[in-house]
Write a new protein. Structure first.
Ligand code: GDP
Length: 365
């Protein structure tokens, strides 16, 4: 399963957010495949399309797709030099696919700030610098090995050295590896090193409870938004405190509370959707009377590959897929009506599955 690591300086609200995540966690009985560890929270990805399909099909069971968050504690200034839980922190974060970077934007004199004042831009720079320094170490270690190969006129070694130096130059200029433009071959070389600053990242701005229906009132948040835009990163505003309160409510109570607060969506749901989005993840559906279910796939996957997500047999024996887009299903209101309107497509092995496709796989066993 794909997972985003939650990072940030101490006392910015990470644990509060992570508690909200674990309390909102899926029921293990519904997701027997999910291994739930203490520092991992598995949440459902909210999707109005699932709700609409349930309305149309009225299945016995509904299964949303899931996303994992890993709590990465211990990132402090100097972590890349092994301070605090430095090394452990770095190996935990290496295993994640994306980074949720929590920054403190709320003012509260009762909550001490490790750097003495609320200044999210400074905080972001501290964390990002640690990540950059850790990557720089990785690159330098690798370079020392590859240099010998390059000297021996080994073609692969020469190519790798060139890429490493390109990334190193960016890191030395305090820019993340993701800011370096790499072609396909170069990307393939870099991929193996599990660089932290190559992972996609979003900022999660933790703002005050009284600000969530108008985050732009918070000047810290506005600065984070500006910075994020300049880096091409997404930013989501939440109040970790409110998320904690929301996480113990049932669906109806939650909706009432959100209405009271004057917001449509919880911050956690925004974080989940933004995380899903930053990994370029898409969703296809299977919809029958037994079960309506959402499945996660990566943009660009073919129909047989998508079938393989359900079961490898489906991929091996793949014949074709019968497909209706969610939009058509929504418009026509039933599978039969969509069919009658000629909206059911028969797709073969080369078909690139589209976000929102409702799939019915035909396969040989
Ligand atoms: P962590 O060290 O980043 O995990 O931070 P915590 O989640 O433990 O939060 C540190 C302190 O800040 C705790 O006392 C929280 O109750 C408080 N806190 C977290 N989020 C908010 C918030 O949105 N508003 C206020 N006022 N306090 C918060």
């Amino acid at each position: 399963a794909l997972t985003a690591g939650i990072v940030g300086l101490p006392n910015v609200g990470k644990s509060t957010l992570f508690n909200a995540i674990t309390k909102s966690q899926v029921e293990a009985a519904n997701y027997p495949f999910a291994t739930i560890e203490p520092n991992v929270g598995v949440v459902e990805v909210p999707d109005y399309r699932v709700d609409r399909l349930v309305e149309i099909v009225v299945p016995k069971k509904t299964i949303y797709t899931t996303f994992e968050f890993t709590d990465i504690a211990g990132l402090v200034k100097g972590a890349s030099k092994g301070e605090g839980l430095g090394n452990q922190f770095l190996s935990n974060i290496r295993l994640t696919d994306a980074i949720c970077h929590v920054v403190r934007c709320f003012e509260d004199n009762d909550v001490t700030h490790v750097e003495g004042s609320v200044d999210p831009i400074r905080d972001i720079e501290i964390i990002n610098l640690e990540l950059i320094l850790a990557d720089l170490q990785t690159i330098e270690n690798r370079l020392s090995k590859v240099e010998r190969k390059a000297k021996a006129k080994d073609a692969e070694g020469i190519a790798e050295k060139a890429v490493l130096e390109k990334v190193k130059a960016a890191l030395e200029a305090e820019k993340p590896a993701r800011s370096v433009e790499l072609n396909k071959e170069e990307s393939a070389v870099v991929k193996g090193f599990q660089l932290l600053t190559l992972k996609p990242m979003i900022y999660v701005a933790n703002i005050g409870e009284d600000e969530i229906n108008n985050p732009d009132k918070n000047e810290h948040y506005c600065k984070v938004k500006e910075l994020a835009a300049s880096e091409n990163n997404d930013v989501v505003s939440i109040s970790a405190k409110i998320e904690e309160e929301l996480s113990v409510l049932d669906k109806e109570e939650k909706e009432m509370f959100l209405a009271e607060l004057g917001i449509e969506e919880s911050g956690l749901d925004k974080v989940i959707r933004a995380s899903y989005h930053m990994l370029d993840l898409c969703t296809y559906f299977t919809a029958g009377e037994v079960e309506v279910r959402a499945w996660t796939f990566r943009k660009g996957m073919t129909a047989p590959q998508c079938a393989g997500i359900i079961h490898t047999d489906f991929q091996r024996g793949f014949i074709r897929a019968e497909t209706i887009s969610f939009e058509d299903m929504d418009t026509y209101g039933s599978e039969q009506a969509a069919k009658d309107a000629g909206k059911l497509r028969s797709e073969g092995k080369e078909y690139i599955v589209q976000d929102g496709d409702i799939m019915h796989f035909r396969f040989n066993v």
